[in-house]
Design a protein around this ligand. Structure first.
Ligand code: FMN
Length: 364
């Protein structure tokens, strides 16, 4: 009996299996609105239990990358409604990942009137791609005032309400990978002296306030969060209190009653290893569902589910390259290899044109 392919529950939701499509930024949303290609792409992949969409900004200020979608305008909500309809028609559930890029961005990627904002005016090391000027150093962000923080929380709330209007089963707050919520959590990017900086109680405050406000708006059964303890992506160096800080977060998120925590582990992509002890702490301290991700194949997914390490397993690149990954894993079939040269390029190539297994000829 396979656990991976068995129906399961996530809070009040019934999922057709334990496989989650990881959030994957694909930069096909021209004008920051998901279009026909996104409807086709997500519909193709809806044999998983749960889809978490690509990072989607709750604010014009959070559109740090080119061609990423938003969830703050009427057109964006209408575009997403077509995506959720296509996914629900195939039996999967779908959550919108709310990603505010914060200091990861460049003015050339932002719409008119938007600005790069972050906890402190500390630019991230490294460069970011822009459509007009190619690779550019990350911009120096404006340090958010307390009024800016209130505005941003309001933007998350409105985006979550828009997500529900668009037919999403819930939202995933992107608290990982060096974006705004993690920029508050980590001491290198948060050098504030007020109630949002300093101790972990203060550095966690922004993310917890976002979670609390979004829960108040759409309900705790519709809110998950993604975190990357020990993640270093986007200039997030390790520091001594990391493990204790994330244990604090696990307890606070549990007290808020979030539906799930989704842990990132990019060690299969060459990033630092995430100690098993951190994952165990979340399992122990967080009472909701736990999703693990990073470098999974079917065998490891099955064995981690069987060992009770996670409730669901999220898979990124294999689903990107194999719209019918569930059928392929069930059949033990060969997988298409992902093509990194088309991860972030516009158009159908490398997006909706990965082949599916040929159907067995049916007896007449
Ligand atoms: C092309 C690409 C885009 C990604 N975009 C996002 C994103 O928008 N949000 C996020 O939380 N993680 C993002 N990730 C990380 C993936 O969700 C996942 O954690 C990573 O691919 C490791 O899982 P895998 O080994 O199953 O691919 C992205 C990864 C890739 C390869």
């Amino acid at each position: 009996m396979s656990l991976l392919f068995s129906q399961t529950k996530l809070g009040p939701l019934t999922l057709q299996n334990c496989l989650v499509m990881s959030p994957l930024t694909r930069n096909r949303a021209t004008g920051n609105v998901p279009g026909d290609l996104a409807v086709e792409y997500y519909g193709q992949r809806a044999s998983v239990g749960l889809i978490v969409t690509e990072g989607t900004s709750p604010s014009p200020n959070g559109l740090g990358y080119p061609r990423i979608p938003g969830a703050f305008s009427v057109a964006q909500t209408a575009g997403w409604k077509r995506v959720t309809d296509a996914v629900h028609a195939k039996g999967a559930k779908i959550f919108l990942q709310l990603m505010h890029t914060g200091r990861i961005g460049h003015a050339a990627n932002l719409p008119a009137g938007a600005s790069i904002v972050a906890p402190s005016a500390v630019a991230a090391a490294g460069e970011i791609y822009t459509d007009v000027e190619g690779m550019k150093p990350h911009g120096t962000p404006k340090a958010m005032t307390e009024a800016d923080i209130k505005t941003a929380i309001g933007e998350y709330v409105q985006a979550a309400k828009n997500a529900v209007t668009a037919g999403f089963d819930g939202v995933e707050l992107h608290g990982a990978n060096g974006y705004l919520i993690e920029q508050f959590i980590r001491p290198n990017s948060n050098q504030r002296k007020d109630a949002y900086g300093g101790s972990i109680e203060n550095r966690a405050r922004f993310g917890l306030e976002v979670a609390k406000a979004v829960i108040a708006a759409i309900g705790k059964d519709k809110v998950g969060i993604r975190l990357s303890p020990f993640g270093a992506f986007n200039d997030m160096p390790p520091y001594p209190e990391m493990e204790a800080d994330y244990a604090y977060l696990a307890r606070q998120l549990s007290a808020l009653g979030l539906l799930y925590v989704h842990i990132v582990d990019h060690s299969s992509m060459g990033a630092p290893t995430v100690p098993q002890s951190v994952k165990d702490t979340f399992r122990k301290e967080f009472k909701g569902a736990l999703i693990l991700s990073g470098g999974y194949d079917a065998a490891r997914a099955e064995s981690d589910l069987a060992a009770g390490k996670a409730d669901l397993i999220a898979v990124g690149r294999p689903v990107l390259a194999n719209p019918d990954l569930v059928a392929r894993w069930k059949a033990g079939a060969v997988l298409n290899a992902p093509d990194p040269t088309t991860f972030y390029t516009p158009g159908a190539k490398g997006y909706t044109d990965y082949p599916v297994l040929a159907k067995e000829p049916q007896p007449a």
